[in-house]
Ligand binder design. Structure first.
Ligand SMILES: [Zn+2]
Length: 237
């Protein structure tokens, strides 16, 4: 999309046949791969949005949870990433997120994350703004140095208290003692069946409510229609 003094380009999204779509996207909404046109538009843009999907983090070794990685144990990842699954079996869903948190915490930003952060820093000095809008729920854009990151699917490394609603950045590994060594993805691994009071709990005084991974407005089955969620999406669920 190219508006007055604005440019949008997308990386790592499954919105075209290749892994990388180089903008600008033309007014018709269809992506363009015309690089010279892109450079022209980009050099004039004052406000730039960079949209990234799972492909950016896949370069860092973060599984996309699609295709052969779609399942965790015997469940579809997308079926575990729902409020209903969490309320039915918080121990199982915490094991699933714990596995993914530990994976995310072990990864480093890819060349794409670093290039985006460098671009943001350089353009900021020129008085131009860059926002990164990402479907990824790891912390790799921030680790790379990006300052202005909007996470449409939330973050694996933030928690929300189901009682008081407090949202906190939480990079502890493991997030609680009971999850240490749990979360193995193999299909024959049995649920740890951790009692709810041993799962991650809120540190706010007098609260001690159950924590869950902080997910964005697009948490599965959060009330938005399938089309509102962009179909199955490309984010790391
Ligand atoms: Zn709380």
């Amino acid at each position: 999309m190219l508006l007055q003094n604005r440019a949008v380009f997308a990386l790592g999204l499954r919105m075209c046949s290749t892994n990388v779509t180089r903008g600008p996207l033309v007014d018709t909404g269809r992506p363009s791969s015309d690089l010279s046109e892109f450079r022209k538009a980009f050099s004039k843009a004052k406000h730039i949005a960079i949209i990234t999907g799972a492909g950016v983090s896949a370069e860092s070794g973060v599984p996309t949870f699609r295709g052969e990685n779609e399942k965790w144990r015997k469940w579809q990842s997308q079926d575990l990433a729902t409020p209903e699954a969490f309320s039915r079996n918080p121990s199982r869903v915490w094991e699933f997120y714990h596995y993914r948190r530990e994976l995310a915490l072990s990864k480093k930003p890819s060349a794409a994350h670093l290039a985006i952060a460098e671009c943001e820093a350089r353009l900021r000095k020129q008085g131009r703004s860059v926002v990164v809008i990402t479907q990824c729920i790891d912390d790799l854009h921030r680790q790379a140095g990006s300052k202005h990151v909007l996470k449409v699917h939330g973050s694996l490394l933030e928690t929300r208290c189901v009682s008081c609603g407090e949202v906190t950045v939480n990079k502890r590994s493991p997030i609680c003692a009971a999850l240490k060594g749990k979360g193995a993805p193999d299909p024959d691994v049995a649920d740890a069946q951790i009692p709810v009071d041993k799962l991650p709990r809120c540190n706010e005084s007098d609260c001690h409510g159950l924590l869950r991974a902080q997910r964005g407005v697009f948490w599965r089955n959060s009330g938005l229609s399938h089309s509102d969620q962009g179909g199955k999406g490309d984010g790391n669920l």
